[in-house]
Design a protein around this ligand. Structure first.
Ligand SMILES: Cc1cc2nc3c(=O)[nH]c(=O)nc-3n(C[C@H](O)[C@H](O)[C@H](O)COP(=O)(O)OP(=O)(O)OC[C@H]3O[C@@H](n4cnc5c(N)ncnc54)[C@H](O)[C@@H]3O)c2cc1C
Length: 268
């Protein structure tokens, strides 16, 4: 590791001021991604500004009919929250299937969304549910937020404060986890809302994406069989030692069909 100063911010305004005054500073939340990157000398920040305990980034509540989740809420807290389980059980399920207990007790919603790892789970829920990312400066719609592999609409040092999730009629998430890390080899989040059906895919491609053909098919017939004749183009997907493009394309369809099945088993 390179040397750096660690500062535990006491308020959102203090964190924002520290970041503004130190252009080489980085925000720290659960440290599940950032600390390994520092250990491997992949980043050399002058300061780590710890926002993990900031009261402004904590809490889960219903707000104007939507679900507001603080950016510093750990995956375990989201998974076990009675408010999340009642409003969007699929989101609680997703959070409860991230990594392992150690990761779920450190990693945060804000850290995951800011990092936008192409194999992370939360981006699928954020995009399928058309959530809003609320930062210390502005509100960013999910459709504008994710901009490809590890890229987001966040400006340097911009702090995510909370996410606002519209409550769907029903939703479901299914993933094929990598056996070692738990990351999504492919994960599909399906949300049924008054405006239609939204299908977001993570893990398979270079970034989270909506599968529009599946959305149209499911809008006409909300049934797993509606996806039988569809396929995502393997050329748009990732290939590595774990899976070929074609295998991932098949996983997208299988996970989507399982998610629809799961969604249909719920009361409206
Ligand atoms: C072994 C292992 C297994 C994992 N498995 C999974 C998995 O199955 N699924 C999955 O989705 N994820 C998985 N993860 C990732 C993990 O769940 C965390 O979500 C992720 O590491 C980032 O969250 P964090 O709070 O630790 O962020 P940090 O590591 O602290 O920060 C990550 C990045 O986000 C920035 N950041 C943090 N908070 C904010 C904020 N409030 N506003 C703006 N920027 C911010 C930081 O500056 C940094 O660039 C795994 C991680 C590990 C180590």
């Amino acid at each position: 590791m390179f040397e750096f100063d660690y500062v535990k911010a006491k308020s959102l305004s203090e964190a924002a001021a520290l970041i503004a005054a130190n252009p080489e500073a980085k925000l720290l939340a659960g440290g599940m991604t950032l600390i390994p990157a520092l250990k491997q000398r992949l980043a050399q920040p002058s300061h780590l500004v710890d926002v993990g305990g900031l009261p402004e980034l904590r809490g889960i509540e219903m707000k104007n009919g939507g679900l507001a989740v603080g950016a510093a809420m750990q995956h375990h807290e989201v998974a076990t929250s009675a408010v999340v389980r009642k409003a969007i059980p699929a989101l609680a399920y997703l959070a409860g299937h991230i990594g392992d207990p150690q990761v779920r007790n450190r990693g945060t919603l804000g850290g995951s969304v800011a990092n936008n790892d192409p194999v992370a789970d939360y981006p699928a829920a954020v995009l399928a549910l058309a959530a809003t990312v609320v930062t210390a400066r502005r509100e960013i719609a999910a459709a504008d937020f994710f901009q490809g592999m590890f890229a987001t609409a966040l400006a340097e040092g911009e702090i995510i404060v909370r996410l606002l999730f519209p409550v769907p009629r029903r939703a479901a998430y299914e993933k094929f986890p990598h056996p070692a890390s738990g990351y999504a080899m492919t994960g599909v989040f399906i949300a049924e809302t008054a405006a239609g059906v939204r299908v977001a895919v993570t893990g398979a491609g270079p970034g989270v994406f909506r599968w529009s053909d599946a959305e149209s098919a499911l809008a006409k017939n909300l049934n797993p069989a509606a996806l039988d004749g569809l396929a995502v183009d393997p050329n748009d997907l990732n290939e590595d030692i774990h899976a070929t493009r074609e295998y991932r394309a098949n996983l997208v369809k299988v996970m989507a069909q399982r998610a629809v099945q799961k969604l249909l088993a719920q009361d409206k």
